[in-house]
Each structure stands twice: as C-alpha cells, then as structure tokens.
Design a protein around this ligand. Structure first.
Ligand code: ATP
Length: 450
C-alpha cells in the first residue's frame, strides 16, 4: 500500500503533537484522524479500519498497568491485529519501546521526531506489509532499498544474498555514510530471524561505565543509579539480530568483556549471579581501516575471528562511479515527493559535477547535497550551481568561528567544530567526547548547517 491510500490514527494527550502530525500527514495520506483521549481508542478503531496507528507511550492517564501505552497497544492488537502500530516514546524510554516491539508494535519513533523520519517509517511499514502479503522471499522483498549498480555494489549484493539466511556473524566494513547500517538491516530482513528483534547499539559512543550496563543490563541496586532492573541489549535481541556499530572504537578491556559473552553465549547482568542464555546473530560494523583492526595492540585477534565469520566491504562512493547517477535519481525523486515538488530533470553538467566531487561523507553526503538542491531550486531542471558541498567533510578547521561570543549557540557550534577537528571528522568519536548520541550530533550539524 502507498501512503496516499493509507488511513492513519494518531493518539497523544498532547494537542500540539496531534496538530503537528495532522499538518504533516494530511497532504500525504488518505486521511488522518487524531485522538487526544486514549479511552476512545476502542470506539475509534471499531468504526474505522486504520492502516497505521501512531500511539504515544507516555500518557498521564489513569489505567494502572505499569505503562498505559503498552496497555493500549495490547488493546489495539487484540481488536485489530493487522493494524500497524508505531509507538512514540521519549529517548529515555528505549526499554519500553523494545517491550512494545515484542508485544506487537511495528516500529517506534523517538520524541522529538523528525518529520522525514515519520514519513519514511510509515512508508517502509506499508511497503513491508505489501511485500509480506505477496509472500516474496527474495532479497528484493527487503524493507530497505539499497541502490547500487556498480560492480562493487553488485558484489556486495551477491555476498549479502548468500550470507543473510545463514546465522554467520558478519563484519561490515566501510567509511562513514557508505551504507553499513542499511546492509546490516538487509541482512536481518533476509534472515530467518526477520520477525524477531533487530537491536542496534552504537558501541563506539558508549562511555566505559555505560558499556556494560547497556549491553548486559543490570539488577536493581547493582550501582547507585540502578533504581530498577534493566534489560541489556544482548537480552533484548534474543532470538534476533544484535547490530554493534562502531566496533572498531572500543577499548581492549571492552573487547575482552564482549568476547566472553559471545564465546559463552550467555550474559550476566550487573549485580546478578544468574547467567541468561543468549541466542543472537551478531552483525558488527566499523569505519576503521582493516589494517587497524589487524593491529593487535588495538584489537584482539580472537575477537576479530569471532565477529568476522564473513566480512562485507562497502567501497567508498567515489569508487562507485555509476552509482552516483542512480543514487541521485533515487534521492531527487524522494525529496521531490517529500517537498511536494514536480519531478526534476538533470542539466548535463549536474551529474558530472557530482562525479568530480570525492564525497568524503559518501552516500550520506550525497543525500544531504541533493536534498538541499531540491529545496533551493525553483525550476524543474537541476543545474551544477544548485550543488553546494558542505565544507565540514573536507576541512573542519576552516569553519571555526571566531568566538569571544557568549551566545550559547555559538559556544555549542564551536565545541562541535573543535571536537570534530580533533577527531578528523569522525562523528562517533566526536559524539562520544561531546557526551551526546551520534543522532544528536547529526541533528546539530544540520541545525548549524555544518
Ligand atoms: N546504497 C544505498 N542506497 C540507498 N541509500 C543509501 C545507500 N547507502 C547509503 N544510503 C543512505 O545513506 C545514509 C547513510 O547510510 P548508513 O547510515 O547506512 O551509513 P553508515 O555506513 O552506517 O554510516 P556511519 O558509518 O556514519 O554509521 C542513509 O540515509 C542511507 O539510507
């Protein structure tokens, strides 16, 4: 099903959230109904068959079930099991969201959300529903669309197709923005575990104290802030796939702890003496050069052997010549639809200018450049001058702002630039040093147009 034929119900006790969702989805979907009072959910879904329900998890309600969002999710699934439910949750509620997925939600979104992300999530789910009902099992049925006609990407697809249905641990290697995340998802979506959880952890961004509690979980009282039991990501991924991103950035001590869990296939939460058996398929990714991984002073050989039964190397975009054209068509039509613009054609110099650029930020950079071009261009032909390459990927230093200013935005922007410069543009390491997630850093890069 496509979004413009979909009926959507959004439930949130915050009227502003509902207004924002209505404004966003009204022009795109068949209809969007909003509901402030969750007690009306039963009657709402009784009278209309909604394709998608966006459900807030954090009501200030009266139903005493531990969490009202989970309660209403279960009610919806009981009454209309086919409905796709997307949960909305605050960042701190990640455990709750994972619980929601286990109880039948199709996906979850973090508040504050990005409009683009909501639309993409709904479209992906509707698309997945369509391919599921046509019972396609080939790689093409994957919920993620991976573009690539170059020989290099054809090799990647071939390997992916062979490896996905096996339980082999896979190490995905490639520079930032080459599509490692997409490949990890495609491996999961085309595996026998596709209906089980896919849990991603950016291990490179975890501080040493968070590393164990996030991955292995903890019992109430295990340390000062452990006010209740918390499930670790290994356990949350049980039966499914655990994707450890930025594995090349973890310390030797963390490598030992990880190796123990992988070898023993069991995890012991902090403060517990009971080991939990773990059945996961492990996918790891890193942008670290393979030669660094081979350096035993930085990375344990025994761990590399464990996580790297098969490796998939994604080449940088600058080495995938023909992909630039295909990817450009794909992103331009995506953004033309998103920003309600007519279709664009390319002036002869447009693609050649793209091909001359070396794309240090790879596909992600191409995506941003084209989004900007689509937004800024008035006509229907994209020209070379519509392409503005961000200097962040090439030279962070040049952009440093003179700051004797005490304006908070200037201070934040400067801190980001300084840290990026220190880590030579490596977003994971910079996010870690800034004490924020990579997603939060990307949001700020966009905000300050860096
Ligand atoms: N082959 C592709 N086809 C379509 N979109 C792609 C492709 N490769 C990457 N993208 C898009 O580019 C962006 C970056 O991709 P992704 O996050 O998978 O890269 P990554 O290698 O995991 O990056 P990082 O190392 O920074 O985590 C995403 O929006 C993704 O959808």
């Amino acid at each position: 099903m496509v979004l413009k034929n979909a009926s959507i119900l959004a439930i949130d006790d915050d009227a502003d959230v509902l207004t924002a969702l209505r404004l966003l989805l009204k022009p795109l979907a068949k209809n969007i109904v909003t509901e402030k009072n969750p007690s009306n959910i039963r009657s709402q879904i009784e009278k209309t068959d909604y394709d998608v329900i966006i459900l807030d998890m954090n009501f200030n309600g009266l139903v005493n079930t531990g969490n009202e969002g989970i309660f209403w999710l279960n009610e919806i699934k009981k009454q209309k099991p086919e409905t796709l439910v997307i949960l909305m949750t605050a960042y701190a509620d990640i455990d709750l969201a994972i619980r929601g997925l286990k109880e039948g939600a199709s996906d979850f979104l973090m508040k504050p959300w990005k409009n683009e992300k909501i639309i993409e999530t709904i479209k992906t789910l509707l698309d997945k529903k369509k391919t599921k009902s046509s019972k396609s099992t080939s790689l093409n049925s994957s919920s993620v669309e991976i573009i690539g006609e170059s020989d290099a990407m054809q090799d990647v697809f071939m390997k992916l197709e062979k490896v996905a249905p096996t339980d082999a641990n896979v190490l995905v290697l490639g520079e930032n923005g080459t599509g490692k995340d997409l490949i990890a998802r495609a491996l999961h979506d085309n595996s026998n575990r596709k209906d089980k959880p896919f849990v991603k952890v950016d291990v490179g961004a975890l501080t040493s104290t968070l590393f164990e509690s996030e991955l292995f979980g903890y019992k109430k009282g295990a340390f000062t802030d452990a006010r209740e039991d918390r499930m670790g990501r290994f356990e949350a991924a049980n039966g499914g796939t655990l994707f450890l991103d930025e594995i090349g950035n973890i310390t030797l001590g963390q490598q030992v702890r990880l190796l123990t869990v992988i070898q023993n296939r069991q995890v012991t939460p902090l403060g517990s003496n009971e080991a939990i058996p773990i059945d996961i398929r492990l996918i790891c990714a890193t942008n670290v050069d393979p030669s660094t991984l081979a350096d035993e002073s930085k990375f344990r050989k025994d761990l590399i052997y464990r996580i790297n039964t098969v490796d998939i190397i994604i080449p940088p975009l600058r080495d995938r010549g023909t992909d630039i054209t295909e990817l450009s068509r794909h992103f331009v039509s995506l953004y033309a639809e998103k920003y309600n613009k007519n279709t664009f054609s390319f002036d002869s110099g447009f693609i050649s200018k793209l091909k001359k650029h070396d794309f240090p930020g790879n596909v992600r950079e191409l995506q941003y450049v084209l989004e900007r071009a689509v937004i800024m261009t008035d006509g229907s032909v994209l020209k070379p001058e519509d392409l503005v390459f961000s200097s962040i990927e090439r030279s962070v230093t040049k952009k440093s702002i003179e700051t004797t200013s005490l304006n908070l935005d200037d201070i934040e922007k400067n801190a980001i630039l300084t840290v990026l410069e220190k880590h030579k543009g490596n977003v994971s390491k910079s996010a870690k040093e800034l004490g924020i997630t990579r997603a939060a850093l990307y949001r700020r890069l966009e905000k300050y147009e860096l």
